[in-house]
Design a protein around this ligand. Structure first.
Ligand code: NAP
Length: 425
């Protein structure tokens, strides 16, 4: 093989008893001022350290191309891999390489590289395909699974309809009494949705619409009468009540056996004891969504944001009963972001639009967003979680709207049919 002329102004090596001694007319950095055995260099070529220290040009000048070739094709390949073929070509060494290594060996080297790249792509493709199959099987999207609350609620309502039809077959017509006081538009709309869903699930509804001028005594008298009525299985007093009416006093008139909203102290107490009778509808729906999304709950770190009687507290109790390790956060929690970051399960029930930032969500966490917030300039309701960013990190997440909302009515119907079965079944 023809030796390439060496530039006299560069450091070069001379053979010395089987070793390479570095010499040169110009000042040579300390790192190069050492004897380098072929064996040592052989071991070092694979290390980025030496290449980085000396620089590839110097390294090649150091041992010459012949030295490199003596190190063998594999190590040369490693070197090419390290410094990049492109760089070698740019340096104008390609032709020299061809001359020294031989075209056939170089082509073999390139082909080997291609095989590695193509192989990598094929393996990557298989992994991606497998993930897509998983995703399809679980009904997931390519990011986090978006939990379809409407679909799950439809399933729950179908189950309720089957159970209600079975009771009817035995002469028991599950009946829900709904009490609406005043003319609040949002409350009236909720009541309409609940009534429609109940009828579709074979649950009879008795509507009691009272004027805003209804007194506390009149309202309590009606609720007490419904509590005594043997035909009525469940009583729902639509909240909030108009100003001047004491919610707790009115709710206290509900027979605990008909507390289908699960808001009475007895219902919450039983839940706290791990022997629930009526679980408040929204947390009940959240638990079902967690299960539908195949979320491991036992032993999981669950963070509940909010401690209201309606959502936060019963949700925390439900999760604790299901053997999760529960942290309940509220407006005085010192490090909300830190608590969320540690959570496998996040239940957000705060009522603050997108307060929970997407990057707080741990990779692979399941997020249930209870929040329903109206934001000026946004056509749809907005949740408590920054959905667009959270969906990329979460394993599964509920959207707003279309997540928890539909589950609340489904939970109410479930409780009503359970009440009918318990009282009269
Ligand atoms: P709530 O009674 O107002 O309770 C809000 C909770 O959030 C409180 O415990 C409060 O803490 C906590 N909180 C407020 N600001 C906070 C902050 N900056 N950091 C941490 N915690 C904070 O509300 P809710 O009745 O539980 O409802 C919560 C949300 O869920 C609302 O958006 C509501 O509309 C929605 N919701 C939806 C459904 C549905 O069917 N989709 C049903 C019920 C509720 P403190 O206790 O310290 O004040």
């Amino acid at each position: 093989m023809r030796r390439l002329p060496r530039a006299p102004h560069l450091p070069h090596r001379v053979p010395a008893q089987g070793r390479w001694l570095v010499q040169g007319p110009v000042r040579v950095p300390e790192a190069e001022q050492r004897r380098v055995e072929v064996g040592q260099l052989d071991a070092c070529v694979g290390r980025v350290g030496l290449v980085g220290e000396l620089g590839v040009e110097r390294l090649v000048r150091f041992v010459g191309f012949g030295g490199l070739v003596r190190l063998g094709l594999v190590r040369l390949g490693r070197l090419v891999g390290l410094v990049g073929l492109v760089r070698l070509v740019r340096l104008g060494w390609f032709v020299r390489l061809v001359r020294l290594v031989g075209l056939v060996r170089l082509v073999r080297l390139v082909l080997l590289g291609l095989v590695v790249v193509v192989g990598g792509l094929v393996v990557g493709g298989i992994v991606v395909l497998a993930r897509l199959v998983d995703v399809r099987r679980e009904g997931c999207m390519s990011l986090g699974q978006i939990i379809d609350g409407k679909a799950v609620a439809a399933r729950v309502r179908a189950e309720v309809a089957t159970a209600a039809a079975a009771l009817r077959g035995r002469g028991i017509a599950p009946t829900l009494a709904v009490v609406l006081v005043g003319d609040d538009q949002a409350s009236a709309s909720y009541v309409r949705s609940k009534t429609k869903a109940a009828r579709e699930a074979h649950v009879d509804v008795r509507d009691h619409k009272l004027p805003a001028t209804t007194t506390q005594a009149e309202l309590i008298a009606l609720v007490a009468e419904l509590s005594r009525d043997p035909i009525v299985d469940g009583i729902l007093v639509q909240l909030p009540l108009p100003r001047g009416l004491d919610e707790e006093a009115v709710l206290a008139a509900i027979d605990p056996a008909k507390d289908v909203d699960g808001l009475l102290p007895t219902s919450l107490g039983q839940l706290a004891q791990g022997k629930p009778t009526f679980i408040p509808c929204t947390p009940k729906g959240c638990l079902r969504l967690l299960r539908e999304a195949n979320t491991p709950i036992e032993g999981a770190r669950a963070v509940v944001l909010g401690r209201s009687k309606l959502v936060g507290k019963p949700m925390a109790l439900l999760l604790a009963n299901a053997n999760a390790t529960v942290t309940m956060c509220h407006s005085r929690t010192r490090d909300l972001a830190g608590e969320v970051r540690r959570a496998d399960i996040v239940i957000a029930a705060i009522g603050k639009p997108e307060l929970v930032r997407g990057d707080w969500i741990a990779e692979g966490a399941t997020v249930i967003d209870v929040g329903t917030n109206r934001v000026e300039g946004r056509a749809h309701l907005v949740g408590d979680v920054e959905f667009a960013a959270a969906v990329a990190r979460a394993r599964a997440i509920t959207p707003v709207p279309g997540g928890v909302g539909p589950m609340t009515i489904a939970g109410l119907l479930e409780n009503t049919v359970e009440a009918a079965a318990r009282r009269r079944g």
